[in-house]
Design a protein around this ligand. Structure first.
Ligand code: HEC
Length: 169
């Protein structure tokens, strides 16, 4: 087979693929979401936020080896600053997304097992913190703009005592 035929075959295939795609697109252009569909999506988000809340308050034993949970140091997601991520963090020496910092806290102050970065539970922890920060202006930044470490003043159901790691006072 010579080059020209090969090329034109490929071109023909490409045209066919594009045409097929365009046809599907126009046929499947969807109606606006129905109220029931929107409710179902909202329910799924709420379930993820709820799961995040449960995890935040200690639902998974493997996330700590010292009885601590996120809520001990970050009650109501205090000082987690999701609006500042991704940002440069010195302990990683690179720019990291929120979820990597969550794993850092699971492994260091909590002495637990890091979550799979693609897991639904990690997404749920994000969902909970981001949900409580709705409307806060996104302000990704450097560590110099980081807020102070969390002050541990309340703890619901856990010993209100930190491990002393980080700059917790
Ligand atoms: C014993 C206290 C303690 C516990 C428990 C803890 N953290 Fe932290 N967390 C800290 C401290 C201290 C820092 C600041 C560390 C630093 O930046 O070096 C921090 C920082 C963070 C940050 C980054 C905040 C910012 O502005 O950069 C996030 C996000 C976070 N924690 C999430 C969590 C989550 C989610 C959990 C539960 C899985 C958790 N933490 C458990 C003490 C804790």
């Amino acid at each position: 087979m010579n080059m020209t035929i090969k090329m034109s075959r490929r071109l023909g295939l490409a045209v066919a693929v594009v045409a097929a795609f365009a046809t599907t697109m126009s046929v499947s252009a969807r109606e606006p979401y129905t109220a029931a569909e929107l409710k179902s999506m909202e329910d799924k988000l709420t379930a993820s936020v709820q799961r995040g809340y449960d995890l935040w308050y200690g639902a998974r034993a493997d996330m700590a080896n010292n009885g601590l949970a996120c809520a001990n140091c970050h009650p109501d997601t205090a000082a987690t600053n999701p609006q500042t991520f991704p940002k440069f963090l010195p302990q990683f020496n690179k720019v990291v997304p929120f979820r990597e910092m969550v794993n850092w806290c699971i492994q260091n102050p909590q002495g637990g097992k890091a979550l799979d970065l693609a897991s639904e539970d990690l997404t749920a922890l994000e969902a909970y913190s981001f949900y409580l920060h709705r409307g806060v202006k996104i302000d990704t930044g450097l560590v110099t703009r980081q807020t102070a470490g969390p002050q541990v003043t309340t703890a619901r159901g856990f010993a209100g005592k930190s491990t002393g790691i980080g700059f917790d006072k």
